[in-house]
Design a binder for this molecule. Structure first.
Ligand SMILES: [Zn+2]
Length: 204
């Protein structure tokens, strides 16, 4: 693996962004390259993409762009800053090489877990959005017509009234909270999300 690919694998772009003082809102942030006021950039596949610049940067490309360095010098700077122990510009000794391979393996494992988490987030977003729309529809369609109906409320109406705010809160968490919160959400809500998936299937 070449040095650039190895850095891309081992250094989370979020970490690079925070070292430049950039704050993520969910997966989005202001673009550090064109200095816009809006959250036009987003993190995907360990890269930063800006819709306004219409460009993507991995860790090396971003550091090179922001610090006006050549790609090799940016790689060296990242290597020092994150203690990656890569040998740049000379051949690695066998010990260095085996240490690097261990580190690369651990990083690959981490990336795989990240990708699995991203897939879960996307599926969860789709499930909860669908449930949210369904609840809104139920609240409208099965609302009691008058006081006489209050004794025999439609269970779908009751479910909608009980849960709409809460599901809205869950969607807001997935969209706007940082990665630690979203992982906490996964730990505490994944069983419930499975149940909602089943609930939607049986809702017809
Ligand atoms: Zn931009």
């Amino acid at each position: 693996m070449d040095i650039f690919a190895e850095i891309r694998e081992r250094v989370p772009i979020e970490q690079v962004l925070s070292s430049y003082g950039l704050q993520l809102h969910g997966k989005r942030c202001k673009c550090p390259v064109h200095h816009g006021e809006h959250l036009s950039a987003s993190v995907y596949n360990n890269k930063l993409h800006c819709f306004k610049c219409n460009q993507s940067w991995d860790a090396v490309a971003l550091v090179a762009e922001l610090d006006k360095l050549s790609p090799v010098d940016a790689a060296k700077q990242i290597n020092d800053q994150y203690f990656l122990g890569l040998t740049i510009g000379r051949a690695a000794t066998p010990e260095e090489r085996s240490r690097q391979q261990e580190a690369a393996k651990a990083a690959r494992k981490r990336r795989e877990l990240d990708q699995a988490f991203q897939a879960w987030e996307q599926r969860t977003w789709a499930t909860l959005s669908r449930y949210y729309r369904l609840l809104k529809q139920w609240r409208r369609d099965y609302a009691p017509d008058g006081p006489d109906d209050l004794d025999r409320l439609d269970p779908r109406y009751v479910e909608a009234v009980k849960r709409l705010d809460y599901i809205g809160y869950c969607l807001d968490t997935l969209e706007n909270q940082n990665i630690e919160w979203r992982k906490l959400f996964w730990r505490t809500h994944r069983i419930e999300v499975n149940q909602i998936e089943l609930r939607i299937q049986h809702a017809g």
